[in-house]
Design a binder for this molecule. Structure first.
Ligand SMILES: CC(=O)SCCNC(=O)CCNC(=O)[C@H](O)C(C)(C)COP(=O)(O)OP(=O)(O)OC[C@H]1O[C@@H](n2cnc3c(N)ncnc32)[C@H](O)[C@@H]1OP(=O)(O)O
Length: 434
């Protein structure tokens, strides 16, 4: 269905004069108009294959999918759904994942996003979600709604001729003294073993989100759409007992020049449920014959891939940006969900202009877990709700937040105390776009 084709919508009840917010639900016509509006909103080529509409509908939880309609035309889109977000220590909290946010260029800057977002965040707070999450298209859009950058992403390109590997090696785990092995896996096997492997992987990485069955169907080609790129190949790392511990999925182009292969190996996904698996898979890919460069795809800012290379300067950053934004909805639940480096107490005063998660909270922390509740004690630190997001996941230190004027120290020494408590081994990393 073309994006400008009016659809029949029930008569407006709330605001007869202006655009109406409608739940898209399982109405195929509304959904087709909604999808078409997203393509326009994100400046994608118009009109995917209409035959794919039922597949797309079946794969998505549409219960919180809304469109704004004016005279039957969809002029804005918004969707949220349940997500799990891993926090330091390996627990996961329930997040309200916000996606597919578009307002038609003909209807921008009239407050439509503000209305859609405010409704959604209030509903999420009432439902009991701990945070809301999104991938911000532009930096300046979402801070006003209390979101803050919480897990950044880095892409590296590795020049394999500079990496310093002995060309007689083929990237076997035994070259690294590891007892596991690497083999290719067909998509069907990945569909079977991938979800359980990912569940183990994601407990290790704060900032990681869950992948549902539909994600795996798309990834392994069970469901393919007309605008999908080439299917990836998959390498599985299994430990000495044969248990899958890591999965690398990649594409490689077919470029030759002057009789020499000059191929870019692009990593779509590389996950390891152990550091050995991660290291072994990177090593293998960086010794791949016919590839002259490896593009890592979206990694955490301190991904160990560089450390696998004999010459670390063979890797250069080609992309780096704030990626996952988090909006605190329940400060006490957030702070008590994660573990901490040491035992200690901290009183934080959180400012939230939208009135969803602000207040003063006493955190009683320990490596095993924590408690957090509202308190009358005087504050050690004062910070905005968006700043709390980055501190909570370990993306940012209190020292840095103080330096940028995003956090005030009310009790001498509280910034250092917060850094000791909140510090994490690796920076948070969200591996997936949503
Ligand atoms: C999670 C995701 O889906 S990210 C994808 C976001 N979508 C896009 O980037 C697609 C292209 N852009 C759009 O569709 C729209 O411009 C949107 C969705 C970003 C904004 O929608 P609008 O309805 O125009 O926003 P709205 O009118 O509610 O603006 C609210 C405030 O945000 C500001 N704002 C809106 N968009 C932007 C922007 N891109 N950059 C900076 N400020 C912005 C407005 O100026 C306004 O400021 P004010 O409150 O000080 O007056």
């Amino acid at each position: 269905m073309a994006s400008d084709t009016p659809v029949q919508t029930p008569p407006a009840s709330s605001s007869p004069a202006g655009p109406d917010i409608r739940a898209v639900g399982d109405d195929a016509d509304l959904f087709a108009a909604w999808i078409a509006r997203i393509r326009t909103g994100f400046d994608a080529p118009p009109d995917g294959d209409p035959k794919e509409i039922p597949d797309r509908m079946a794969g998505m939880d549409l219960s919180r999918t809304v469109g704004v309609f004016e005279e039957g035309r969809c002029v804005a889109t918004f969707r949220s759904y349940d997500q799990e977000l891993t926090v330091p220590g390996g627990n996961a909290v329930r997040a309200d994942a916000v996606t597919a946010v578009t307002v038609s260029s003909t209807h921008r800057r009239r407050g439509l996003l503000t209305r859609l977002m405010s409704d959604d965040l209030r509903a999420a707070r009432e439902r009991g979600d701990t945070v809301a999450t999104l991938i911000a298209a532009e930096y300046l859009i979402y801070g006003r709604y209390g979101f803050g950058p919480a897990a950044s992403t880095t892409t590296l390109e590795i020049d394999l001729f500079r990496a310093g590997f002995d060309p007689r090696r083929t990237g076997r785990p035994e070259d690294l003294g590891l007892s596991g092995s690497i083999r290719f896996a067909e998509a069907e096997e990945v569909r079977k073993v991938g979800p359980e492997l990912h569940d183990r992987f994601r407990r290790l990485h704060p900032g990681t989100i869950d992948r549902d069955a539909f994600w795996w169907d798309r990834f392994t080609g069970v469901v393919r759409w007309s605008d999908d790129g080439p299917a990836p190949r998959h390498l599985l790392y299994t430990d000495a007992e044969g248990v899958p511990q890591g999965l690398a999925s990649f594409t490689i182009d077919d470029a030759w020049a002057h009789g020499r292969p000059d191929n870019l190996l692009k990593v779509r996904s590389l996950i390891g449920a152990s550091p050995e698996a991660e290291r072994a898979l990177w090593h293998h890919l960086c010794c791949y014959d016919w590839a002259s460069r490896v593009s890592t795809g979206k990694r955490g800012p301190d991904d160990p891939v560089r450390g696998v290379l004999p010459d670390r300067r063979a890797a250069r950053i080609t992309d780096h940006w704030d990626f996952l934004w988090v909006r605190p909805l329940d400060t006490a639940a957030m702070l008590s969900s994660r573990s901490y480096r040491t035992e200690g107490e901290l009183v934080v005063e959180v400012r939230d202009p939208m009135g969803l998660s602000g207040g003063r909270f006493l955190l009683t922390a320990s490596p095993e877990g924590a408690e957090c509740a509202p308190t009358d004690r005087s504050a050690d630190l004062t910070l905005g709700v968006g700043t709390l997001a980055g501190l909570w996941l370990g993306d940012r230190s209190a020292t840095l937040a103080q330096a940028t004027g995003d956090l005030d120290e009310e009790t001498p020494g509280a910034v250092v105390r917060a850094d000791v408590l909140l510090g994490t081994g690796r920076r948070p990393w969200c591996a997936d776009v949503f």
